[in-house]
Design a protein around this ligand. Structure first.
Ligand code: SF4
Length: 283
């Protein structure tokens, strides 16, 4: 089933959001997902417009908060596929406190970070993933702070699926997204995404020269220690090597699947609830 809609994305020509959107549509289509059973939640940012450009249910929330919305939707109706999308500023600055607990609790939602190493919608300010020395509007002399280590952090927090991919490689993105969607539990995917307007450092060519596929390196996704070593490689190689692919995947019960939680918090069936009183109150 097609996830296309007539709405044309309002992104700069060449923006990494175009291939991300395409890979996401292809992943959903190839997995046989239905638009009516899929919800995409975003925060604020250029890429957070994705729910406008894809035929699913969608919700563009407030800055840094797609995860609590996504978790609420999934807990209310566990039959839905729920994907939260956020930029690096949105998700790894304002949203930091949320991903810590999403990973720890193993909520059964997908979290895709569009990591373009700065705040793009607000015209190019330093973000948590900006490289040290990077000149932005808010760091004209160069960023003095080391970037956040979001992939190693996810492993330390106990995320049950941790991966990365690159917006310049649509087939790879699609396959990683499919694996994340099929995974039961919290799935984190960091997508390295060029912003062609504000980031002249981390370009498509810059990423192509530095990324390599974990699949080609015969990485064992069940080995947490090896996954952590691979996740630290960008920082230990002085940002010359960025492994992409699945770092780690383990099966463990999601929050909802834990027997105690399911017994005390039955799923909400909105179709069987009389909400006329609530509607009257707000109309
Ligand atoms: Fe894409 Fe950057 Fe343009 Fe935003 S500013 S649409 S991230 S290229």
């Amino acid at each position: 089933m097609s996830f296309d809609i007539p709405e044309k994305p309002q992104w700069c020509p060449g923006c990494g959001n175009f291939p991300i959107l395409l890979a996401l549509k292809q992943a959903l289509q190839e997995l046989g997902k239905k638009p009516s059973e899929t919800v995409i939640v975003s925060g604020v940012g250029c890429g957070s417009k994705i729910p406008h450009y894809i035929r699913t249910y969608g919700y563009e929330g407030i800055h840094g908060r797609p995860l609590p919305l996504a978790e609420g939707i999934k807990l209310a109706n566990p039959n839905l596929l729920v994907i939260a999308i956020a930029g690096d500023g949105d998700g790894l600055s304002e949203g930091t406190q949320h991903f810590v607990h999403s990973a720890r609790r193993n909520h059964d939602v997908n979290y895709f970070i569009q990591d373009n190493q700065l705040y793009a919608l607000t015209t190019g300010q330093v973000s948590p993933t900006s490289m040290k020395g990077m000149k932005t509007k808010t760091t004209p002399q160069g960023n003095t702070v080391e970037p956040i280590k979001q992939i190693p952090m996810m492993l330390l927090l106990g995320a049950s699926f941790v991966a990365s991919t690159f917006a310049g490689d649509i087939p790879h993105m699609k396959e990683v997204m499919k694996k994340a969607i099929l995974h039961k539990g919290f799935s984190f995917v960091n997508i390295y995404q060029p912003c062609v307007t504000w980031n002249s450092l981390n370009t498509y060519d810059w990423w192509r020269e530095r990324t390599y596929k974990l699949e080609d390196a015969h990485h064992d996704v069940t080995d947490w220690q090896k996954a952590f070593e691979k996740a630290m490689e960008p920082y230990e190689s002085n940002f010359t090597k960025f492994p992409i692919g699945v770092f780690y995947q383990v099966e463990k019960p999601s929050l909802y699947e834990s027997k105690e939680w399911a017994r005390t918090h039955p799923p909400v069936n909105v179709e069987k609830q009389d909400i006329s009183g609530v509607l009257k109150e707000f109309m």
